[in-house]
Design a protein around this ligand. Structure first.
Ligand SMILES: O=P(O)(O)O[C@H]1O[C@H](CO)[C@@H](O)[C@H]1O
Ligand SMILES: O=c1cc[nH]c(=O)[nH]1
Length: 262
């Protein structure tokens, strides 16, 4: 059995597909950039040539186009693990072999400033979706070449980039230790201190799912997020563009693709 046969995603024959129209007119791409907010698709598509933006059910958006000659899909996956599960499985069915998530995140270590970038080379699986695929001990690890390409691309664009472990939660409020929503659950009340003590850099809601499922399915995956707040320094934030991170991710997809042995 080849690695590809072993890692093939079983066709979800009876499940409706949301994103098949991304491949209409025969457009194919082995590379994809995914992001939570559908509102980011239009601005990121402006970094592409021949960009075509498409709308899907439930408010999802996508686009096709070329970046420095490389065909790419852009796709929004919404908030949370099940959204990125659907996106990844459909992108794999469309022939995608490399995916980078571009998102926003809350920093958990002192001195990580809002507006800077975090590349997660691994993530703690505090969501539930990946547990349906692999036992908790299975690591959520990024592809080393995607991580290296992201860090290199960020530095080439003079971006401040932090590299390390993230934590992916299935809840924004209690799951990320936000009071007063933690008062019913001791695990929620302690999660911020626990992740901080472990040296985890950041909270967000999809990376561990992407990294776990991508590894199982034989897709290369990486993740880069813009820091929008710092939970330990108590710096609020929110109004930060993810366009710089998207630019870095597109550079990284080109760089990593050029190293693929076909
Ligand atoms: O900005 P996005 O990509 O949506 O990412 C982060 O923001 C959302 C929470 O506000 C979650 O999806 C989290 O992962
Ligand atoms: O604190 C934050 C910021 C963005 N996204 C999250 O999931 N948490």
């Amino acid at each position: 059995m080849t690695v590809d046969e072993h890692q093939a995603v079983p066709a979800a024959a009876l499940a409706p597909r949301f994103f098949t129209a991304l491949a209409e007119d025969g457009f194919t791409a082995a590379n994809a950039l995914v992001t939570g907010d559908p509102g980011r698709i239009e601005p990121v598509s402006e970094l592409l040539t021949d960009a075509r933006v498409k709308s899907f059910r439930r408010g999802f958006k996508g686009a096709t186009g070329h970046y420095r000659g490389l065909p790419v899909f852009l796709l929004s996956h919404g908030i949370g693990a099940p959204g990125i599960e659907r996106a990844l499985i459909e992108l794999k069915e469309l022939g995608v072999r490399s995916v980078i998530r571009v998102g926003t995140t809350g920093a958990l270590q002192e001195g990580i400033e809002p507006g800077t970038l975090i590349v997660n080379d691994a993530a703690v699986r505090l969501e539930g979706t990946s547990l349906n695929y692999a036992r908790p001990e299975f690591p959520a690890a990024a592809s080393w070449d995607m991580t290296a390409a992201l860090v290199e691309a960020a530095r080439a664009r003079q971006q401040t980039v932090h590299v390390g472990t993230g934590a992916t939660t299935s809840s924004f409020f209690a799951g990320q230790g936000r009071e007063p929503f933690t008062k019913w659950n001791a695990a929620a009340a302690g999660v911020l201190d626990e992740m901080h003590a472990l040296g985890v850099l950041n909270f967000e809601m999809e990376v561990a799912t992407l990294l776990t499922l991508a590894r199982i399915f034989g897709v290369r995956a990486g993740a880069i997020c813009t820091v929008v707040n710092n939970r330990v320094d108590k710096v609020p934030g929110w109004e930060f563009s993810t366009l710089d991170a998207a630019q870095v991710a597109l550079d990284a997809l080109v760089e990593a693709d050029s190293a693929v042995v076909r």
